[in-house]
Design a protein. Structure first.
Length: 205
């Protein structure tokens, strides 16, 4: 799934995660394992649609891993919740792009016209459902790994889903040639983590 540069960067991020806390590393492994399964699921239909990505490089690792790493490093001040929110957003986006494309007709957020599956800045009802499911899945994993409450897990899932929605909104600019898939992925993970920090400061989380 990753080329040599991608593997090297992923290994570096993994080592830093272990130093921060083994549970942080385990959650990232959970994300990676589920992501691989989601990517492999319905391989042939996605290949026929031209949206199957077999090999990824360091850009993909950086865009998906840098945000969670920042929030893992900030756990000294804010605890693990912003990190979990960030990973939840990445998983939410992953489920939308790998599973949500398999059913329904997406519409662009730019003009609400129907577009081909896999178009950045587009959403579908099935993709939205898959996106929410992926986000909540990470929240549930956080209960076992970090001891958060079910209520916190639900809020984290909602924030992760919100990060994916923000990703789709910025995807409109990507389709216009402003930014890349990497920048929208980073915005996705960063926005969920930042909102998580704000909710902590406000005493909600």
């Amino acid at each position: 799934m990753l080329d040599k540069k991608g593997l090297a960067l992923a290994a570096m991020i993994g080592i830093l995660m272990i130093i921060i806390g083994v549970e942080y590393f385990i959650l990232m492994i959970v994300f990676l394992a589920i992501s691989i399964m989601a990517t492999k699921y319905q391989y042939f239909p996605k290949k026929e649609m031209g949206i199957y990505e077999h090999e990824r490089s360091w850009e993909n690792v950086l865009s998906n891993g840098f945000g969670p790493l920042i929030f893992a490093l900030s756990s000294y001040w804010f605890g693990p919740i912003p990190y979990i929110c960030s990973v939840s957003a990445v998983m939410s986006d992953k489920f939308a792009s790998e599973l949500g494309v398999l059913a329904g007709e997406p519409v662009s957020l730019k003009d609400f016209k129907k577009v081909r599956p896999g178009t950045s800045g587009a959403v579908s009802s099935f993709g939205t459902l898959m996106s929410l499911g992926g986000a909540i899945l990470i929240g549930i994993a956080g209960i076992g790994l970090f001891g958060i409450t079910p209520t916190q897990a639900l809020i984290i899932g909602i924030l992760g889903f919100l990060g994916s929605v923000i990703d789709s909104m910025f995807g409109v600019f990507e389709e216009m040639g402003i930014g890349t898939k990497g920048t929208t992925n980073f915005i996705c993970s960063a926005s969920a983590g930042i909102i998580g920090i704000l909710l902590i400061l406000w005493g909600i989380l």
